[in-house]
Design a protein around this ligand. Structure first.
Ligand code: MLT
Ligand code: ZN
Length: 418
């Protein structure tokens, strides 16, 4: 990929302007400090930005964007830089606009949102109305647009009341069919209090045990091919306890689960979640991480893992000392969302070509989406046609052209190059 030479390179004049808008501590130019802003969470992508700006108000964001747009300086909006598709780091020398100074809570209310456009226009979409059916719902076009249309400087969301009673159970199961049977039962029997149904396979647990303290939290008697974490959230503890315990007992009696425990206190509850949440962190210890975040119908979720594993085994590239050391599956069964994750010796073309576009074709064939929740970034922008029709992609490109005619917002990402 080549730098788009229509973008201006940063000059002393530009720096003087930014210094007139921001306080000195809100401007980062130090090489060492820039490293963390230029590198993504998976350590797969690395940009070469020479400047990070940290505005602390909507007005400052507006001034910066207006200047960048007028001068054709490309920018990358960056939040926590925890993105998993290379969307939050520069590709070349784009200026990083870090939102780290805009994290204050303005007020508690059930409101909507506020946007900024690349030309500096401020769209105030903050509203206290629950219903507002006037005109197009413009904020929705910015949701999930990965900083390619504007910068969201404030959001409002309806925060549900914290549940009075939360329970978590961990199950060990012998097959993915059993995972599905438990899921079906949980919807029938836990219904209104079911708040999470997560799964992972034994190789995922092994990674957590090998690399993280949370690995010691596994309370089950033995190892199992699959694990399920079920969370219930309700308002009546006795009622929920009884429901979950009865549910678990029936699963054990019917041989759907081989083993199961219910957390007895908040510490145990957190420890069980720590196993699940430790999986993506543990993967980072195992080499170069290739991540595929796909939405597919629940019955074929694990087939994706098995078929990819077989493909790599057949080619002799999976196993200890080989190009790939592991292929694991975990994710949100309740959302039909698989995180298919591979550890490789290194990021290289050979490894990438063994997985892509195979996995995207597989996903499209099974009526899935190539990105369930992680987005497109630079990782998947050129594979968008596996999930969206050409007329939809054309319309997206027209929106982009309309709102960002100079293409300065997070370039090289999100939409296909051609
Ligand atoms: C998760 O479910 O843990 C997140 O989406 C992050 C990840 O998959 O790595
Ligand atoms: Zn996830």
């Amino acid at each position: 990929m080549k730098r788009n030479e229509s973008f201006k390179k940063l000059s002393e004049d530009d720096l003087s302007y930014f210094k007139s808008v921001l306080a000195p501590h809100s401007i980062t130019q130090d090489e060492e400090d820039l490293e963390a802003f230029n590198t993504d969470w998976l350590r797969k992508y690395k940009g070469q930005s020479k400047l990070v700006l940290k505005p602390s108000s909507t007005e400052q964001v507006s001034k910066i964007l207006k200047y960048c747009n007028d001068n054709k300086l490309a920018v990358v909006p960056q939040g926590g830089n925890t993105g998993l598709v290379g969307g939050s780091v520069p590709v070349f020398d784009e200026i990083i606009i870090s939102m780290s100074n805009m994290s204050s809570i303005r007020k508690f209310d059930n409101v909507s949102g506020a946007l900024v456009l690349p030309d500096g226009t401020i769209l105030d979409n903050l509203s206290t109305l629950r219903k507002d059916n006037t005109g197009y719902d413009l904020k929705q076009i910015f949701v999930g647009s990965e900083g390619t249309l504007g910068i969201v400087t404030g959001v409002s969301f309806l925060a549900p009341k914290k549940s009075k009673a939360v329970n978590v159970a961990l199950l060990g199961l012998n097959s993915y069919d059993h995972v599905q049977a438990a899921f079906k039962r949980s919807k029938e029997e836990l219904s209104e209090v079911l708040s999470a149904f997560e799964f992972w396979d034994q190789d995922a647990l092994k990674l957590v045990k090998d690399h993280l303290a949370a690995g010691a939290n596994d309370p089950l008697q033995s190892t199992y091919p699959f694990y399920v974490l079920i969370e219930t959230s309700g308002s009546n503890k006795d009622h929920d306890d009884e429901k979950l315990n009865n549910f678990l007992e029936r699963l054990l009696t019917d041989n759907i689960t081989q083993d199961g425990v219910v957390a007895q206190d908040t510490t145990q509850l957190r420890n069980l979640w720590a196993i699940r949440e430790g999986i993506p962190v543990a993967c980072l210890h195992d080499g170069a991480v290739y991540k595929y975040d796909i939405s597919i119908p629940v019955p074929v979720i694990y087939q994706a893992v098995e078929e990819l594993r077989k493909r790599l085994l057949d080619r002799g590239v999976l196993g200890e000392g080989k190009l790939f050391t592991s292929v694991i599956g975990y994710g949100h069964i309740g959302d039909g969302n698989l995180h298919l994750t591979l550890a490789a010796k290194e990021f290289c073309e050979e490894a990438t070509d063994l997985i892509e576009p195979y996995i995207f074709e597989w996903t499209a064939k099974h009526a899935g989406s190539i990105s369930a929740e992680h987005g497109l970034g630079i990782c998947k922008n050129n594979f968008l046609s596996y999930s969206k029709s050409s007329s939809m992609i054309q319309l997206m490109k027209r929106f982009k052209q309309l709102l960002d005619p100079n293409g300065i917002m997070n370039p090289y990402k999100f939409l296909p190059d051609n």
